[in-house]
Design a protein around this ligand. Structure first.
Ligand code: ZN
Length: 86
C-alpha cells in the first residue's frame, strides 16, 4: 500500500467515526480516481464516497459504519506496508 493510500484509509476511518466533511470526501474521491489499487481494493471505499455525496450532513448509520469499517480493515489490513520505508 502506498503512503497516500494509508492516509486515505485513515481519513476514511475518521469519517466513519464522525461526520462526513465534504472537502475530505472529495479528496478521497480524487485519490480513488488516481489509484487503481484502491479502486480494486474494495467497494467499501466507493460506498463511503457514495454516502459522502448523498448525505454529507447525515451520520452514517451504525450498521453501515460497522460493515464498511470491517471491509476496510480486511482490505487494508492485509497489505501492510512498512511505514516510512523508502
Ligand atoms: Zn490508493
Amino acid at each position: 500500500m502506498k503512503e497516500d493510500c494509508q492516509k486515505n484509509f485513515e481519513k476514511i476511518n475518521e469519517y466513519l467515526d464522525g461526520e462526513l466533511a465534504h472537502d475530505e470526501c472529495r479528496q478521497i474521491e480524487q485519490h480513488l480516481n488516481d489509484c487503481p489499487e484502491c479502486q480494486k481494493c474494495c467497494d467499501a471505499l466507493k460506498k463511503t464516497i457514495d454516502i459522502c455525496r448523498k448525505s454529507a450532513q447525515d451520520r452514517i448509520p451504525d450498521d453501515m459504519r460497522k460493515r464498511l469499517r470491517a471491509k476496510l480493515r480486511d482490505c487494508f489490513g492485509d497489505r501492510k506496508t512498512p511505514v516510512g520505508q523508502k
